[in-house]
Ligand binder design. Structure first.
Ligand SMILES: *[C@@H]1O[C@H](CO)[C@@H](O)[C@H](O)[C@H]1NC(C)=O
Length: 415
């Protein structure tokens, strides 16, 4: 007999707790694991705006030694990728020199590769490098190969870590010729809840809770965070994430649309939240209904159609150019998304959440017809409708929450 005797039930409880930590899904063991204090939070400053830039970006330091890259924040996709310095690469103009891979290619037998291609895709041996191809709703695309390298990130308590994370090294980026100009960016930060997202990777390493949130300021900028430490314990409206079979998007569903608090006839439309989309899109039928309601409600003494203004499909001008968005929004009514599966869950869209002021001093509708825009009959809530709100995607509790917030102020750890 060596050492101390441990009753076997102690071992099995310990083992179950270990499994629970691994799968993050046994609520019975949350107390012993001290989850609130064990996991930290990371906060990143955002740069960008809805108009004229059309995107929100974060700076991430990647590689050894770390180099800075600008990445578009996209909750509508999983995989993070950077434009890559590979001979013959077809890259788009970007703020930084492309990422240089260093024989750090991920192989087909890697779990992350399997999460993209399935366990044993035909035509590949386990030691093949793992390629990827992503096409976004706007038909922009990136093709490349997966690599693993250090991401330098910092907890709010000041401790820096550099976990090795898998991301795409993109060597063929395409943008449709007819669409909007591509964002001036080094890559995309995918924050969907699939296994390949860097958030899921850090969460399965036990570094962070699988919770991500953003606060996009209407004045530009804002912040992004990983972890649940700064989530306020009250004042947030929570709605369950609805998961369609293969979709990794953040879907809330179904909702009725109200105009100035009144029913519009738009009922039960499934809603997707997507920070990678600048404007908000509705399916063709809902869009037409909304547009005619908004038009009917317009005071034609104050606003007239600006048909010559092509910045967006629908623009209005005042008797003289508007100096601020506020001067124009007083002529518009609020919209409400009222989720039908749960009581009292509403997303309020004040006029500032669906209108922009453009460089001509006209006010334009930031809600577009998904079908006409070529992204299909979808209902996507984009950046414009999430401004000045704290939006939290909690992949552990499978819910999304939101609350009005001042996104110009960084959160302190005690709200
Ligand atoms: C900061 O937080 C992280 C994650 O919770 C923890 O691992 C680290 O030890 C903390 N550092 C300090 C200095 O407290």
């Amino acid at each position: 007999m060596k050492g101390k005797w441990v009753p076997s039930w102690v071992l099995s409880v310990w083992y179950i707790m270990l499994l629970c930590r691994y799968f993050h899904n046994c609520s019975a063991f949350t107390l012993p694991m001290k989850e609130q204090s064990y996991f930290g939070t990371m906060i990143f400053l955002l740069d960008g705006n809805v108009y004229p830039k059309g995107y929100y970006q974060v700076v991430l330091n990647v590689g050894q030694p770390p180099k800075p890259y600008f990445l578009d924040v996209d909750t509508g996709s999983d995989l993070t990728w950077l434009q890559c310095d590979i001979p013959g690469a077809k890259n788009l103009p970007a703020p930084h020199h492309p990422y240089k891979p260093n024989k750090n290619f991920v192989k087909h037998n890697d779990a992350i590769c399997a999460s993209i291609h399935g366990a044993n895709p035909p035509g590949h041996t386990p030691t093949d490098q793992c390629d990827y191809e992503i096409e976004y709703a706007d038909h922009c695309s990136s093709l490349g190969v997966l690599v693993r390298d250090a991401f330098q990130v910092k907890y709010t308590n000041g401790t820096s870590i550099a976990p090795p994370l898998v991301f795409g090294c993109g060597y063929d980026q395409e943008v449709p010729r007819s669409g909007h100009p591509p964002p001036y960016t080094d890559g995309i930060l995918g924050l969907g809840n699939g296994k390949s997202s860097i958030l899921s990777q850090m969460s399965s390493m036990g570094l962070i809770r699988n919770v991500v949130g953003h606060c996009l300021s209407g004045q530009g900028g804002g912040f992004l965070f990983f972890g649940n430490d700064i989530v306020p314990s009250s004042g947030i409206v929570w709605s369950p994430i609805v998961r369609a079979s293969s979709e990794k998007e953040y879907s809330l569903g179904p909702a009725d649309v109200l105009f100035d608090g009144q029913a519009t006839g738009i009922k039960g439309i499934p809603i997707i939240l997507d920070s990678g989309t600048t404007f908000t899109y509705f399916n063709s039928k809902a869009y037409k209904t909304l547009l005619s309601l908004i038009k009917k409600n317009i005071d034609t003494k104050q606003l007239t159609d600006a048909v010559e203004d092509k910045s967006l499909p629908v623009c209005w001008k005042g008797s003289k150019p508007f100096k601020s968005l506020k001067d124009a929004t007083m002529y518009f009514k609020p919209l409400t998304l009222s989720f039908t599966k749960a009581k009292n869950i509403q997303l309020q869209l004040i006029p500032e959440a669906y209108l922009i002021l453009n460089d001509k001093g006209n006010v334009c509708l930031g809600i577009l017809n998904g079908l006409e825009a070529g992204i299909g009959d979808v209902n996507l809530i984009g950046d414009i409708s999430m401004l000045d709100k704290l939006v939290i995607y909690d992949n552990e509790k499978q819910q999304i929450g939101w609350a009005p917030a001042n996104c110009n102020n960084l959160p302190s750890l005690s709200w």
